[in-house]
Design a protein around this ligand. Structure first.
Ligand SMILES: NC(=O)c1ccc[n+]([C@@H]2O[C@H](COP(=O)([O-])OP(=O)(O)OC[C@H]3O[C@@H](n4cnc5c(N)ncnc54)[C@H](OP(=O)(O)O)[C@@H]3O)[C@@H](O)[C@H]2O)c1
Length: 349
């Protein structure tokens, strides 16, 4: 009997967890939705049109670990730091979507398509960290290329959707777009979910900058792939940009491989990797875009790679354009695939 709690069930990631569970991504006997006291009394089954066996919504303080197999946390790092260990110590597997535990050496940071062996045994701390949304799609495309010709370094620029700022981020972009449409020169006020007005704009600051000038998001994009790929020396330089699209993060990636490659070899390696969709110039569309990727559930569950180029004068230098749904591939789906892996290895209670 698999009972799974979704902490942050009313949020952008939590709702997608419920939707995916409703579709049978992981077979469950009962789902316990958890949110803040503000949401008590809400009927998420009716709101989202779900038919899965859903318990009444509760708060995390009221959540009883007895008989609970898994708790997926998607309610912010502060709440995870406060509550995750209590549940883990009571035997619940915590899959944490926040940044709270990702870089702790004792906590596995897992993308099931890339480093599944890290979960061959139940993690001693009872917590598995889900990587940052931009990291997941990046490492899923990098992994087969590392196996092909050994990754040396990369430069990545992200174009991140408003849904990365949760439901408030989506609402803010919709409201601001409507307001600015009649007057595209209106400036708007700094603030809100993205620090700056996002509609008809690009904001090259995702998270706060540290003393080096790099932002938190850029630091995550450098640190997390090293841990997941097991390449502590990998050189990564990132620029993270918030773009005025509702769904799906895009990434322009320039990487150096230790061995020379051809475009055909890169395409073959990516196309042979489950869960990746490769675009060639003759395809229609010839490259992935946020709107086309978000259009179907099948595409929302994949990592899309196009604009595959190898520098003519330097066969070690590869350029890619990667798009994926940050709420599915970058969060809810990865978290549930971690649960699936625990079940496959036979150590979920
Ligand atoms: N959005 C993404 O693309 C993405 C990707 C990967 C990881 N993440 C991470 O996932 C987490 C959630 O992000 P989101 O985008 O889903 O945010 P969101 O839409 O703002 O949702 C936040 C959720 O947290 C709940 N919450 C807040 N305070 C709580 C409390 N004290 N107790 C229980 N629940 C509480 C909210 O419940 P109420 O409705 O009751 O307030 C809501 O369900 C964040 O840590 C984020 O960094 C997000």
């Amino acid at each position: 009997m698999l009972r799974i709690a979704v902490v942050g069930a009313t949020g952008a990631v939590g709702r997608e967890c419920l939707t995916l569970l409703d579709r049978g991504t992981v077979p469950v006997d009962q789902v316990l939705p958890v949110a803040s006291a503000r949401s008590l009394g809400r009927d998420l089954g009716a709101e989202l049109g779900l038919s899965l066996p859903l318990a009444p919504l509760t708060t995390v303080e009221e959540l009883d670990p007895e008989g609970l197999s898994v708790a997926v946390f998607c309610a912010g790092a502060e709440l995870s730091r406060r509550e995750a260990r209590r549940l883990a110590e009571a035997g619940v597997l915590v899959v944490d979507n926040t940044s709270a535990f990702r870089m702790l050496p004792e906590i596995p940071l897992v993308v099931p398509q890339v480093n599944p062996a890290t979960l061959a045994r139940r993690p001693a701390a009872g917590i598995v960290a889900n990587p940052n949304c931009s990291t997941i799609q990046l490492v899923r495309a990098l992994h087969p290329l590392h196996q092909l010709a050994e990754l040396e370094s990369l430069v990545v620029a992200t174009y991140q959707a408003a849904s990365g700022g949760g439901l408030p981020g989506l609402a803010e972009l919709a409201e601001e777009s409507g307001r600015l449409l009649p007057d595209p020169r209106a400036q708007g006020e700094p603030g809100g979910r993205f620090g700056q007005p996002l509609a008809f704009n690009l904001v090259p600051e995702v998270g706060l900058a540290d003393e080096s000038g790099f932002t938190h998001e850029e630091r995550k994009l450098a640190r997390e792939p090293r841990k997941i790929l097991g390449l502590p020396q990998l050189r990564v330089s990132a620029t993270a940009v918030r773009a005025p699209v509702f769904h799906c993060h895009s990434e322009a990636v320039h990487l150096r491989l230790r061995r020379p490659v051809t475009v055909e070899a890169v395409e073959r390696a990516l196309a042979a990797t489950p869960g990746l969709r490769v675009y060639r110039p003759s395809d229609r569309p010839a490259y992935p875009m946020p709107r086309t990727v978000f259009a179907t559930d099948e595409d929302r569950a994949l990592v899309h790679v196009g604009r595959i180029r190898v520098e003519p004068a330097d066969p070690h230098a590869v350029a890619l354009w990667i798009v994926a749904d940050n709420l599915w591939v970058g969060a809810a789906l990865n978290a549930l695939q971690i649960v699936e892996l625990g079940s496959k290895y036979g150590w979920l209670r």
